[in-house]
Write a protein that binds this ligand. Structure first.
Ligand SMILES: NC(=O)c1ccc[n+]([C@@H]2O[C@H](COP(=O)([O-])OP(=O)(O)OC[C@H]3O[C@@H](n4cnc5c(N)ncnc54)[C@H](OP(=O)(O)O)[C@@H]3O)[C@@H](O)[C@H]2O)c1
Length: 443
């Protein structure tokens, strides 16, 4: 592994094709025999630091259409939190089912799961049939794994019945020294960014792009008012940027003054601190409080000068969904990709049908959407919101930060990269965007 790292650090990328691939590598894993570790505990007490392990695992065999990537950096996504607390279910069920689907996929069914759905790194080897990528290419990977044998996925690859999220529903993810991906997950690494900066937008940037910008999502247009929950978080910090970059008007919801300041630094002006305003959308576990929806809607109107949101960017789920449906404007769209606070949503349907609102389900992004989202990063139109970087061995703590909402923007992880700041190939482009890069990173 050291020779591979030395070649990358010395920028001798052509040498990689001639260096032996290590037989084992270090990766962050959860263990199948610990899937019951947290049984009976409250969600918040299930601590990823107990279930995530840094293990030496065998390098998987490379199949047709696949690539083995030397991972320089990765990032924490909420799916790694879900995997590590075995909620809403253990991911070993996904791996077992995938393993049964074909001889090529059988290797994914292991008693360990190497997690992680983002990476920036360098291609080491490609499998048979690969034309578009070669050893030495500097890449980032999006996390959509598809088979495309069914007609269903050919208009929109997210509709492939065999669609999976790499590193969550497949093995050999990005929180590791090596990762196995399909080559149609690869995209060029933005040249003006360091490894950890380049790795961090990936999953959330692509998801927010489809959810908000794409015609498959809310199809946002100039002038739209967009209510963004968790606007300084993983998804939200990119949704806020897409809104601003696309001429829309974000109304950012956050839970602290520090997070409000992050939104301001990104250029947002309309911000609601949900903690200091003290919204209680639920009277108790069973009943919501429409008066609180109204109070929230009135605050939005106060900020916007009377406009209701054309689009509500939803992901907190159960706790906020009733309010989200209520505050969307007549004919507006609630677009949801998650249910962090609970997936059984309830809302007053009269406000939906009588006001001709639409609820759209959105999930990750197809290759085209992920490519377009990455291109905006590469052009310096959208910036990484990386706030903190951990070592691979500290991944458990990094995931704990995200689980307990103690983070801002994205949390990065150095895999092979020995320190932050390496891997920038276009210093001129970086210099042109340096003040924004620093501002968005909170430096
Ligand atoms: N379907 C997909 O493709 C996809 C892709 C990415 C993520 N996700 C899911 O989306 C969710 C968010 O992911 P993320 O990466 O953005 O996580 P994140 O970095 O933790 O950000 C989420 C933000 O939402 C806000 N929030 C959390 N609970 C809330 C509640 N009960 N009420 C109001 N706001 C709340 C918090 O911001 P404040 O405290 O500042 O309000 C938090 O920072 C996760 O469940 C994740 O699994 C789904």
């Amino acid at each position: 592994m050291q020779k591979i790292l030395d070649a990358i650090l010395a920028d001798e990328l052509d040498a990689l094709a001639h260096l032996a691939v290590p037989e084992t590598y270090r990766g962050m894993t959860v263990h199948a025999d610990e899937a019951n570790l947290f049984d009976g505990m409250e969600t918040a007490d299930k601590d990823p630091r107990r279930s995530l392990h840094l293990d030496e695992v065998p390098t998987p065999e490379l199949g047709p259409g696949e690539a083995l990537v030397a991972v320089m950096a990765s990032a924490i996504n909420y799916n790694t939190v879900w995997t590590s607390i075995f909620e809403p279910m253990s991911t070993f069920g996904f791996l077992k089912r995938y393993g049964k689907s074909s001889p090529l996929a059988a290797k994914h069914d292991q008693p360990y799961h190497v997690v992680g759905s983002d990476l920036a790194g360098v291609v080491l080897r490609t499998g048979p049939g690969v034309q578009a990528w070669k050893p030495g290419d500097e890449v980032v990977a999006h996390c959509l794994s598809v088979e495309l044998e069914s007609p269903d996925g050919h208009n929109d690859t997210m509709l492939d019945p065999e669609q999976r999220i790499w590193g969550f529903e497949t093995n050999f993810g990005g929180l590791a020294e090596l990762a196995l991906v399909k080559t149609n997950q690869l995209m060029p690494k933005p040249k003006h960014l360091s490894w950890e900066e380049a790795a961090s937008p990936g999953l959330v940037n692509s998801t927010a792009y489809r959810q908000l910008v794409s015609t498959n999502g809310a199809n946002m247009k100039q002038g739209d008012t967009v209510l963004i929950w968790g606007a300084s978080g993983g998804l939200g910090s990119y949704a806020t940027q897409f809104a601003l970059n696309g001429g829309a008007i974000p109304v950012c919801v956050v839970s602290s003054d520090e997070k409000a300041e992050i939104c301001r630094r990104m250029g947002a002006e309309l911000i609601i601190n949900r903690s200091s305003e003290g919204y209680r959308f639920w009277k108790d576990e069973h009943e919501q409080d429409p008066k609180e929806w109204k109070r929230f809607g009135a605050r939005i109107r106060e900020l916007t000068g009377g406009d209701d949101p054309d689009i509500v960017f939803e992901h907190p789920g159960r706790e906020t969904f009733g309010a989200s449906v209520y505050v969307a404007r007549k004919g507006g769209t609630i677009v949801t990709c998650a249910s962090t606070s609970g997936f059984m949503h309830s809302y007053d349907n009269r406000y939906l049908w009588m006001n001709l609102k639409r609820i759209i389900g959105s999930h990750f992004a197809n290759y085209r959407e992920a490519w377009e989202a990455n291109r905006l990063i590469a052009k310096g139109k959208i910036h990484p919101t990386l706030s903190k970087v951990y070592t691979l061995a500290e991944t458990g703590q990094a995931a704990r930060d995200v689980q307990s909402n103690a983070h801002q923007g994205k949390v990065g992880v150095l895999c092979l990269a020995p320190e932050e700041g390496l891997g920038v190939r276009d210093q001129e482009l970086r210099a042109r965007h340096l003040s924004e890069i620093n501002r968005f990173r909170g430096v």
